[in-house]
Design a protein around this ligand. Structure first.
Ligand SMILES: C[S@@+](CC[C@H](N)C(=O)[O-])C[C@H]1O[C@@H](n2cnc3c(N)ncnc32)[C@H](O)[C@@H]1O
Length: 647
């Protein structure tokens, strides 16, 4: 029976597969360092294929480089033997919710999500440490020489992992931050849908570097905007010369040709411009038909300079000359010849939208176009501008929002909820998945729930947050929160409850729950770390390949299987009892899992009749060797489409 590999995907092998697609002759089989035969790239051949465009050695080239970049690539590509362990006690509506809260290092989390969410996330928002000189950054296992630097200042998070103060005195101040961001953004890109988009908050400390690494990872043509968010309108008084009023917001597409983003809904003030009502009750405003601004002269488009005739009694409009009707030409305010916005053909086709009005101060007619508020029943939007300017985006609003939820200042510099609502509105539609892997106090989750409550959407969120310890002197610690992850989870609980209380009629089906999954070591004993590589003889040397503390935790095993099989982690799970054994049905029949012992033929027959697409058992769970061998045969007969595996 087939076994799981029980480790996150090896991205290097994925890259080799991509090279193979383009240059099949350059991928060959060769011995690895440990004597295994694996796919390898024949660089000599690849070099020949590309010989005229190679840059090699010390040759000058345009790129951003730093000590640790190569290591960051290796870090991103290397597989890990970890898992996500569900935590029911800390979750809300565990069985039914489609939202995830992942606690742990986001590098691990992004690796563990690679197969289940590859190309499925529509929008990512991140607000990483800005590298101000006071930020703790997570020390991946990449440093060539941690030594002195590491001893300078470090703290451990809830799991004993390393968070290091990245002060400007660190000789690798920018390099360490870049290394941390580069591997994570590379992994995040894989998760985006082809029409997906990533928003990255940043400030002047690293915006230039962030833009460079995003240009490299997404391609420089994929940038949508490097926008400013007016987050501190009074200006930062601690600045020496110019008081900073903004944060930066970088926006990149996965694929600019497939990108799909929404415009901004109009404000009340903007809607009030549409103050006329037509016969069908639709609100509209009038826009002049004469072209304004650039290319508005007659000589720019001579074919768009023609008379329009207006009836002096009814104000009807025609392009044909009628005696006694007023002849109207596009005249600029200085009396020179202008041009219409539309040509003759368009005027004839959309004749019903044209309106004539007598301009009394000039005692002459002008022509206008009806511009409706809503078009074909969909609400009108406008393009976002590169300066995001709204009272609601103020950083202070973010601080006040968190304070109102907790009655204490438990989070430094949370983003404002309104900013995240507008970002989610731009980057996602009603059924999309939204990921934030530096989630802090979970403002993004709050915004997703609020937006769903407002527009009836079913957007789902995935939050990732390190259990970073709260300083013992902080208000958060005094209020009883030992980690930032605890703050994030509690905010979602409280915010979800409040949104439902405030909107009882429209939020009955609103999903304010979340499944808590915690990054942890693999459920498998280290010797079984990659069970697909172990043969039967070796296997029989060990009584059980599952760690002792996980044997009685079937849900832990289930999640390890879901991750390995690339099944989405938010799908509904229904436990059932069949012949006294616990079986988990994931998304009805997407997967059936039984990790109990004593599995015999009659149980397998019963299970096979459910015809699941996938079935999984414990290798040591079969009553006998015969039962194990027969299980495969039983599925072949009763449910041939089922893929059967063991852990
Ligand atoms: C600037 S804060 C985000 C604030 C958030 N936007 C909000 O509104 O509350 C960055 C967060 O990323 C977290 N973080 C830093 N390194 C991380 C890592 N390697 N994995 C997961 N989270 C991390 C920090 O603990 C911090 O809470």
């Amino acid at each position: 029976m087939q076994k799981f590999k029980m480790r996150s995907p090896d991205m290097t092998q994925d890259n080799i597969a991509k090279i193979r697609e383009l240059f099949p002759n350059c991928v060959t089989e060769a011995h690895s360092e440990v004597g295994e035969v694996t796919l390898r790239v024949d660089f000599d051949l690849l070099r020949q294929e590309l010989s005229s465009v190679l840059v090699e050695g010390a040759q000058e080239r345009y790129r951003l480089d730093w000590p640790g970049k190569r290591q960051a690539l290796l870090t991103a590509n290397a597989p890990i033997a970890k898992t996500l362990r569900p935590c029911r006690e800390e979750s809300v509506d565990f069985d039914t919710t489609k939202n995830l809260y992942i606690e742990g290092d986001n590098l691990d989390a992004l690796k563990l999500l690679q197969e289940s969410y590859l190309g499925k996330v529509k929008m990512i928002y991140i607000d990483p440490p800005y590298n101000t000189g006071n930020d703790f950054i997570y020390e991946d296992d990449f440093a060539e020489d941690i030594g002195e630097y590491f001893r300078k200042s470090n703290q451990k998070d809830g799991e004993g992992n390393r968070l290091v103060l990245n002060s400007e005195a660190n000789g690798r101040f920018h390099s360490d931050w870049l290394t941390m961001m580069y591997s994570r953004i590379r992994l995040a890109r894989n998760l985006l849908r082809d029409d997906g988009v990533i928003f990255i908050s940043c400030d002047d400390h690293e915006i230039h570097n962030m833009r460079k690494i995003c240009d490299e990872i997404f391609g420089e043509k994929s940038i949508i905007s490097s926008s400013f968010v007016l987050s501190n309108p009074r200006g930062r008084q601690s600045d020496t010369y110019i008081a900073t009023v903004h944060d930066s917001l970088l926006i990149y597409s996965k694929n600019i040709n497939s990108l799909n983003v929404n415009g901004m809904l109009l404000t009340k003030e903007e809607r009030s411009d549409f103050n006329l009502i037509d016969n069908d009750g639709e609100a509209y405003r009038l826009l002049g038909l004469r072209q304004r601004g650039a290319a508005s002269k007659r000589s720019d488009r001579p074919d768009m300079y023609f008379p329009i005739y207006v009836c002096p009694i009814t104000q009807a409009i025609t392009l044909n000359k009628i005696e006694g009707w007023h002849e109207v030409f596009p005249k600029k305010s200085d009396g020179s010849d202008g041009r219409w916005m539309w040509g003759k053909e368009k005027c004839l086709k959309d004749h019903s939208l044209l309106v004539a009005r007598l301009i009394e101060r000039r005692n002459e007619y002008d022509i206008f176009v009806k511009d409706f508020l809503n078009k074909s029943g969909t609400e009108r939007t406008r393009k976002h501008k590169s300066v995001w300017n709204s009272k609601g985006y103020n950083n202070q609003a973010g601080t006040q929002e968190v304070k109102a939820i907790f009655n204490a200042d438990v989070m430094s510099f949370p983003k404002s909820k309104q900013l995240l609502i507008d970002i989610c509105n731009m980057g996602s539609s009603k059924n999309d998945i939204i990921l934030d892997f530096f989630s802090g106090s979970a403002t993004t989750a709050h915004a997703v729930m609020q937006l769903n409550a407002e527009d009836g959407g079913n957007r789902r969120f995935i939050m990732v947050q390190l259990p970073e310890l709260c300083d013992e002197k902080s208000e958060a610690f005094k209020a009883g929160y030992t980690t930032i992850a605890e703050i994030g989870k509690e905010r979602i609980r409280r915010a979800g409850k409040k949104i439902k209380e405030d909107n009882p009629l429209t939020t009955q089906n609103l999903d304010t729950g979340f499944r808590v999954l915690k990054v942890d070591s693999s459920c498998m004993e280290d010797v079984y770390y990659t069970p697909d590589q172990i043969d039967q003889k070796q296997l029989s040397l060990f009584a059980d390949n599952i760690k002792a503390d996980r044997r009685d935790k079937p849900e832990d095993l289930l999640y390890q299987v879901l991750i390995d099989w690339g099944v989405e982690l938010h799908l509904p799970i229904k436990p059932e009892t069949i012949q006294g054994k616990k079986v988990f049905f994931v998304d009805e029949n997407a997967l059936a899992a039984c990790f109990d012992s004593g599995i015999n033929e009659s149980f397998v027959q019963k299970l096979a009749k459910h015809k699941p697409l996938r079935a999984v058992f414990r290798d040591a769970g079969f009553a006998s060797d015969a039962a194990r061998i027969n299980a495969e045969q039983i599925f072949k007969q009763l449910s041939p489409q089922t893929e059967v595996k063991v852990i």
